[in-house]
Design a protein around this ligand. Sequence first.
Ligand SMILES: Nc1nc2c(ncn2[C@@H]2O[C@H](COP(=O)(O)OP(=O)(O)OP(=O)(O)O)[C@@H](O)[C@H]2O)c(=O)[nH]1
Ligand SMILES: [Mg+2]
Length: 431
Amino acid sequence: MHEVGLKPRERAIIVAVVRKGTNPDIVSEHLDELEQLLDTAGADVALRIYQERVRPETATAIGTGKLQELKEFVELEHASMVVFDDELTPLQVRNLEKELNVKVLDRSGVILDIFAANARSVESKTQVELAQLEYLLPRLTRMWTHLSKQFGGIGTKGPGETQIETDRRMYRTRIQRLKEKLNQLDVQREVQRKGREGLPRFALVGYTNAGKSSLMQAISQAEVLVEDRLFATLDSTVRAFSLPNGKRALLSDTVGFIRKLPPQLVASFRSTLAETVEADVLLHVVDASNPFYPDHIAVVEETLTSLGAHSIPTILVFNKSDLVHDQFLLADLGNTYPGCIAVSAVTGHNIDVLLQRMVDVADRLSTMRSLVVPWENMQAASKIYDLAEVIERTDGDEGMSLSVKISSDKLAEFEQRFAAYLVAVPQHTTS
Ligand SMILES: Nc1nc2c(ncn2[C@@H]2O[C@H](COP(=O)(O)OP(=O)(O)OP(=O)(O)O)[C@@H](O)[C@H]2O)c(=O)[nH]1
Ligand SMILES: [Mg+2]
């Protein structure tokens, strides 16, 4: 793992508050992931603590006894921070910091910090800052400001100390400015997107570190950042590439997902994720070597649903097959997830099979168009019948109204020839 946080590395105690009877394996997996997030952000985990509760304590998340125990451990371990796996309320953070006298963060705070460290482009920097401010706004209190001045490092990066000292109104003004800036960037993006119309669009999606960018390279030879690090990719990249049948298509790579991704981030990365939401086909990339891949699949599906992208045709791609030595497991994947493909972006195994599957899906993509052809132009109507599949026809005074389904390879030619007769907004469907 690469570290991106401030040096020297911090020492953290991590805490999970779980419902009574929760499977300890699941708790341990969640804490493993939090530890990986902290490692990426530049902190070592000194100790893990977990408490079963009917519900988290309103004031302090954990009970009084556990809090005293935690306080002793903080001193004993010389911890510089305490990180909770679940979202803390601003009140809980305040009370815990007061009691423990070290910085207290939740998982969202750590993820935001990693995003802040990894953002490179103007757009991702703006998006991260917006998400940070939205996250900090309700947490802005004298106590928080006081503490953030006192402690450096994880959780206090980004907007900067001077801005944290400013009042909420200035935060709101800044939030407004950032939103306006993102809207302007949206317009530029829209122009770029218009220039690419007509080609079938594939989008890589998946849990962070699943190998999306590696597959982007394997499929389109694009130069993209590949790193064994969470959230290496924060911008979307779009590349044209050739399918095995010679037809051109577009492939996009974008930010990965994770369990409990802060909603502020999902909201501010909306335009980056537009490449995903507007794709014709999704390649859902899963790290087959991670024992918790079923959870990862569920998290990605939930996130896609929240983005409104759940009904886009999807190819489930199990990546890192070279790391799976249990052949039964690989064989079993096909039974559990019919239609999935196991590939390796590193060895190139089955990439040809994946590409062929992409051809098959692209061939089945079609787009609906509506036209009205005047009676005096019946020659055009007969050409429309040649090029497209007519789904509905109504004859009226103005002429013949047609709803047609047109395959993606003929779309550009179709739109050019019959531009004068088109009447509806395009929408992709699969047949
Ligand atoms: N062994 C093996 N490693 C792989 C494979 N695909 C990707 N990796 C490694 O997995 C790590 C993450 O790969 P990326 O392509 O950056 O993953 P990503 O999904 O784009 O990750 P983020 O952008 O951080 O969300 C890198 O160290 C890759 O070299 C594979 O098929 N086999
Ligand atoms: Mg990536």
